[in-house]
Design a protein around this ligand. Structure first.
Ligand code: 5GP
Length: 143
């Protein structure tokens, strides 16, 4: 899979945006959807997925990039308020060699705690009850 190329709308995030695949949603608006990552690297790991069909940041329009970053910031603040982490990592991968596994643009928001080591990228599936409990706290903080 090359860094540039045709967008393939059969990817899982396209299905989640279309409502054709399930997800624990944090918000869903005109420009982006935010969901809990089901293979979290840390408790509360969540994703902002712009709705524009772009493979990665290099393909995303400037307008959609601007809309996305404001949502990334809003969600990071809600994660801070809702989960009270010691730190928050924001990442975004472009191309398989960079670590990208789903080829629809998305941003990771990964809360970090001093005592909790970072899990493996794409590691084990989370307990759904725990994910829902974390999502409730984040949604409450989003208002
Ligand atoms: P990437 O490696 O492309 O930057 O990140 C893709 C992310 O999507 C990974 O963190 C992975 O755990 C997450 N992911 C993959 N499939 C699903 C899914 O079906 N649902 C959710 N909520 N997250 C997924």
């Amino acid at each position: 899979m090359s860094l540039t190329g045709q967008y393939d709308d059969t990817n899982i995030f396209a299905k989640i945006i279309a409502g054709d695949a399930p997800a624990i949603k944090l918000f869903d608006d005109e420009h982006a959807v935010a969901i809990m990552d089901i293979f979290p690297q840390s408790p509360g790991h969540c994703l902002v997925i712009p709705k524009e069909p772009a493979r990665n940041l290099l393909d995303l329009s400037d307008g959609a990039a601007a809309q996305a970053i404001s949502r990334v910031k809003a969600l990071a603040k809600a994660v801070e308020t809702g989960l009270d982490p010691d730190g928050i990592v924001v990442t975004q991968f472009n191309g398989a060699p960079a670590g990208q596994t789903v080829f629809h643009i998305h941003f990771h928001i990964i809360p970090r705690w001093d005592a909790i080591p970072l899990g493996r990228h794409g590691g084990g599936q989370a307990d759904m009850e725990e994910l829902n409990a974390q999502a409730e706290k984040i949604r409450a903080a989003l208002g």
